[in-house]
Design a protein around this ligand. Sequence first.
Ligand code: EPU
Length: 362
Amino acid sequence: MSSADLRDLLAGTGAQLRESVRLAELTTLRVGGPAAVARCASTEALVATVRALDAKGIPVLLLAGGSNLLIGDDGFDGVVVEIATTGVELGADSVCAQAGANWDAVVCRTVEAGFGGLECLSGIPGSAGATPVQNVGAYGVEVASLLRRVRLLDRASGAIGWAEPAELGFGYRTSKLKHSDQAVVLAVEFALDPSGTSAPLRYGELATTLRVTDGGTRPAAEVRAAVLGLRAGKGMVLDPADHDTWSAGSFFTNPVVPHARVDAVRALISAHVGDITVPTYPAPDGVKFSAGWLIERAGFAKGFPGPEAAARLSTKHTLALTNRGAATAADLVELARTVRAGVEARFGIRLEPEPVTVGLTL
Ligand code: EPU
């Protein structure tokens, strides 16, 4: 479609159209080639824009915080719909946020207003609307456990309505909304605890930091401060001056090994690494192993492959692939493939990427 036609198409929607935008500007990995971007600062504009593009069959890429996206160097041949809504409303025991609201600002607002619930999810980059898509989780809490409902635009029917968590097929870092273009998240609503008490603290490192026994609680503000400290120490809080944070967070999910294969994996680990305890976590259909640990023990130290590389593992955490300033998407893909092949060769486990990829395959 010509740029004049695109302008005409989006004229009445309320979106602000920019052409040939480098998508690197809109992602936390800071890579990605050019595309037309329609910025939508209201839910009405967002709905009208997606409907108009869908009616003409124009490919749409939804983008908000850009923190879980690896976009190829050729950009996107369609229109990027930038979700730039910001509204947040506190209720008596809940918070409702528009999809584009900065997630950490939402968490901060609830904690400062004296509510508990979201504090373990402090410091996570990205937008509120993205959190149910991949069932964001950290420090023992997952979005699925606190979410009350999600407001969705169904792109096939054009209908708008609230969906309950039970309809969304949540799993570890996944939901029905991930890898599907069928729905657009417009708003999210979370249950909060008006007493200001945190969720039960179940993550060893956080419980130790706060000196509570497993399952104990603390005031939400105290937990938020501790989580921010832990995350910052791992380069998992955005800081433009620190290239360790030019990432998409964890680049791979922690692999869940089916029960039938666990002994074989443990044998490979002890053959290569010796009798060291590998961190594991219970999972519904097997045992979840720590991807960061496996990467490091497969020979990829923090900062791999070295200071000269444009793309390297974070110097603070092996699970984050980072852009040192001049990396391309191709550099990151090459690093991801190297790490994945090394872990597979040594431990027989194929790591799965966590970010959504656009215009490239790993
Ligand atoms: N480890 C290493 N080397 C490293 C980093 C970690 O060996 O460089 C080992 C350590 O043994 C450590 C273990 O890995 O104890 C676990 O590390 P960490 O506590 O940092 O957690 P993670 O499993 O690597 C997950 C989530 C994070 C979340 C943290 C805290 C996934 C894929 N990642 O990371 O989420 O913040 O737990 O709950 O589930 C994200 O999804 O983008 C993300 C950052």
